[in-house]
Ligand binder design. Structure first.
Ligand SMILES: Cc1ncc(COP(=O)(O)O)c(C=O)c1O
Length: 438
């Protein structure tokens, strides 16, 4: 049977069920047992769903992770007893909402160990944060002939804004190549620097392959050559302990919805001196200190970059999400996810006709794969019939797919609430995909 012959039924609407009893194969993996994943799973109502009569196995966490009850409760509390617009009134609700919003900023500051809370700008997500740097820093400071270094691994959101800037200014983009494992070629990176290099844009962890990049070393090298570094941390912050001061990055961007928080919220971390020197990205209320028709003066950071009514509820929800993750501990999360990655990799490699794309030595729990003779879209559709949610496509990384001469892959991406039994379900699902196409 080939891809065009398959007819695939749409899943019925998810229904609530009791948590699936997990037949665990974890007996040989004490770290996983100590982690008590079942207790954590009970915090996530959505993980109790059935899809087409099968327990949901949610392995699309790199696209968006799920929200625990604690975050949902915080959002409900905000909406039912704290909501008003912030910064603009002296009444009780406005003051409560403002306090909640600013408390969330401090939580995020602590979570990434920023030196000051004004270095945390709330954005609508990673994409918005990168665009903020492009408009705020790039359009002011990057000129014709200047160079920006990006990598082959980048997500479109860390490519396209820089291409737009290059088109507008005449700046040049240079690209760091990778090896077949999906690792950046660091000697090539270093050889790209010259006196016109102004900025490096690099992802901390690859969404498509899971590669963890040596950004600390890359940042030190860039600084030694007078360039700034913007790190796309969308796939790192949910999985690793990130310390922006230790990394010494100039900018660090991430999204709330990949971090057990709401959509529509994200963070741009920037060093205060840089943020102060930058021009605003969006104009409007709250980002000004005074306005006349002759001249506007801008507010201090972070407000200079938060024009208009921000996503107040989402910011407060994100604050609750990082509280939740901190209580578990990012090191414990990383250790559990590494166990999942190792187990899943071994299981995948045992499947004939399955190829893992991205075999970097340092990897986060993301497995991109292809199945011989089956289009990734069909892999995803058939896995869905088994209740297994994976992502298929180019993962917003078309240049990376071109590097591997692939139109698309299937991608299983794990979170701390995934189990070894769910890896088994993925593997069984791939086996049944292969049976359909045999
Ligand atoms: C590495 C990376 N960067 C940027 C983004 C864009 O994030 P958002 O859509 O939340 O702005 C994603 C989303 O998948 C990502 O994985």
């Amino acid at each position: 049977m080939n891809a065009s012959q398959t007819t695939l039924a749409r899943p019925s609407a998810p229904v609530l069920m009791q948590p699936a009893s997990v037949v665990t194969t974890a007996s040989t993996m004490p770290a996983v047992e100590r982690f008590d994943v079942q207790r954590l799973r009970a915090d996530f109502p959505i993980l109790q769903l059935e899809i087409d009569g099968k327990p949901l196995v949610y392995l699309d966490n790199a696209a968006s992770s799920q929200m625990p009850q604690q975050v949902i409760d915080r959002l409900v509390r905000y909406q039912t007893s704290e909501h008003a617009n912030i910064n603009r009134a002296v009444h009780y609700l406005s003051e409560t909402a403002t306090a909640g919003y600013e408390a969330a900023r401090r939580k995020l500051q602590r979570f990434i160990n920023a030196a000051e809370e004004r270095e945390v700008i709330f954005t609508s997500g990673t994409t918005d944060a990168i665009n903020l740097v492009m408009h705020g820093y790039g359009r002011k400071f990057i000129k014709a002939g200047d160079e920006i270094i990006l990598t082959t691994l980048e997500h479109h959101s860390n490519i396209v804004p820089w291409q737009m800037l290059a088109e507008e200014t005449g700046a040049k983009i240079r690209v760091v190549p990778i090896n077949d494992a999906g690792e950046l070629l660091i000697e090539d990176y270093e050889s790209l620097f010259n006196e016109r290099t102004r900025l490096v844009g690099v992802m901390h962890v690859s969404n498509a392959l899971g590669s963890i990049n040596p950004i600390r070393q890359m940042i030190a090298f860039a600084h030694a050559h007078g360039a700034l570094v913007l790190v796309d941390g969308a796939q790192a912050v949910p999985h690793l302990q990130v310390d922006v001061q230790d990394l010494d990055c100039d900018f660090y961007a991430f999204s709330g919805h990949k971090l057990c928080g709401p959509t529509g919220i994200g963070v741009l971390y920037g060093k205060a001196a840089l943020l102060e020197a930058m021009q605003p990205f969006k104009g409007g209320g709250d980002m000004i200190s005074s306005v006349t028709f002759e001249k506007t003066t801008y507010n201090t950071i972070p407000h200079k970059f938060e024009a208009g009514t921000p996503p107040i509820a989402a910011a407060i929800g994100l604050g609750a999400a990082v509280d939740y993750l901190s209580a578990i501990g990012m090191d414990a999360i990383a250790a559990h996810e590494l166990e999942l990655l190792r187990y899943a990799t071994v299981q995948m490699l045992s499947l004939p006709g399955v190829r893992i794309i991205g075999t970097a030595k340092h990897k986060a729990a993301v497995i991109s794969f292809t199945v011989d003779g089956v289009h990734p879209h069909d892999v995803g559709t058939l896995l869905n019939q088994e209740g297994v949610a994976v992502r298929t496509g180019h993962h917003c990384a078309q240049p990376l797919m071109q590097r591997f001469k692939l139109p698309a892959t299937s991608r299983a991406s794990f979170a701390f609430y995934n189990t070894l039994a769910e890896v088994d379900a993925l593997i069984a699902g791939i086996r049944s995909v292969q049976k359909v196409f045999s």
